[in-house]
Design a protein around this ligand. Structure first.
Ligand code: DAH
Length: 344
């Protein structure tokens, strides 16, 4: 009996079972009704009384060790089981990362640029921090001219002869082009502009414009009208009509504002066009001879037209967005509505 106990103790010491099934089988083999430890207890009843004390203690130790070992094996199996389930299964497909999409203002700007590119216009860009000379002076806004009040300007430095400011329109890029590019010039200038305006559904202090400029010999108002008509039809659909209303800009003479026929009610009148059937899209005109001369271009030989449009406005009309602020708030519900838009 002594040997049996020793052998079992050794066996228990070295027990290694991994699965719950193995452990249960071992438990039954040792501690079950017909288990080896149980059998030893039965044998114990038959031994001589003077030996009972010694073997009784040994048997109890054996039984406790067997039970403790089984418990330990169970715990090990349980913890390695959870480790297994939480460890990475490298064969699983990865979590999909949501793909972003282009911002509606970028989509609209790109569409405008692409249309004019097809007409043979090059893209020109200029700095957002500008000087008075390029934003006002050379565009025929003399100092203290009331037309400067049309554009509330953010000044960066005051008190200089030529203060720095955030450009209020992209028309200054046409000045930079006239100063530096060889003639003829046919460019569009997309860019961000800044005005000190209260933010509302219809106005923002930051927005985007696309400026257009064409200078050559014998450029006429008819060319301007045709360019705008073709653009409007590409942008808003082949049935689009345009109308030009006389207007005033210091840098163009004559000047006009252009409306397109409402693409929602097709001219019948709705709440988007406020019942008029027309939507304003841009300002334009023939480049004022003073502006040509200020950039060193001979106004007797050359003439040209210019136009400027707000990208957010075009995008609002195209997609019937009724509040300009949507473009700047980055609300995913709004932005994801444009994820299907593919660039032309
Ligand atoms: N720069 C004008 C604005 O920001 C828009 C504009 C009007 C540009 C007429 C032009 C133009 O080139 O000819 O309001």
């Amino acid at each position: 009996m002594k040997e049996k106990i020793e052998l079992l103790l050794q066996e228990i010491e070295n027990l290694k079972c991994n699965t719950e099934k193995d452990i249960e089988e071992t438990r039954v083999r040792l501690l079950g009704k017909k288990g080896e430890v149980t059998k030893l207890f039965e044998e114990f009843r038959t031994i001589a009384p003077e030996m009972k004390r010694e073997f009784g203690q040994k048997l109890n130790i054996l039984k406790n060790k067997a039970a403790a070992k089984i418990e330990e094996l169970k715990e090990n199996a349980a913890s390695s089981g959870t480790e297994q389930s939480s460890s990475t299964d490298t064969s699983m497909p990865g979590d999909p990362l949501p793909l972003g999409s282009r911002h509606p203002v970028s989509i609209a700007r790109q569409e405008i640029v692409n249309i004019f590119r097809k007409f043979g216009y090059d893209v020109a860009e200029g700095p957002e921090i500008e000087d008075d000379h390029h934003v006002f002076e050379s565009l025929n806004f003399p100092p203290n001219h009331p037309a400067r009040d049309m554009q509330d300007t953010f000044f960066i430095s005051n008190g200089h002869l030529n203060p720095l400011l955030l450009r209020t329109h992209t028309s200054c890029v046409q000045v930079r082009a006239m100063e530096s590019m060889p003639l003829p010039i046919r460019i569009i200038c997309p860019g961000r502009v800044f005005r000190n305006e209260a933010i509302s559904a219809r106005a923002h202090c930051i927005f985007h414009q696309v400026e257009g400029l064409y200078i050559d010999e014998n450029v006429t108002f008819a060319d301007l009208k045709q360019a705008i008509l073709l653009f409007a039809r590409e942008m808003f659909g082949p049935d689009t009509q345009i109308r030009m209303r006389p207007s005033y800009f210091p840098f163009t003479e004559p000047s006009a504002e252009v409306d397109v026929s409402c693409n929602i009610c097709h001219g019948k009148g709705c709440n988007i066009c406020k019942g008029t059937g027309w939507l304003e899209i841009l300002g334009c005109g023939m480049v004022d001879p003073n502006v040509l001369e200020a950039s060193g271009i001979d106004s007797k030989k050359y003439s040209g037209f210019a136009f400027g449009m707000g990208v957010e406005r075009i995008a609002m009309l195209k997609w019937q967005v009724n509040d300009l602020r949507h473009y700047f708030e980055n609300d995913m519900r709004f932005l994801s509505e444009f994820s299907h838009c593919v660039e032309v």
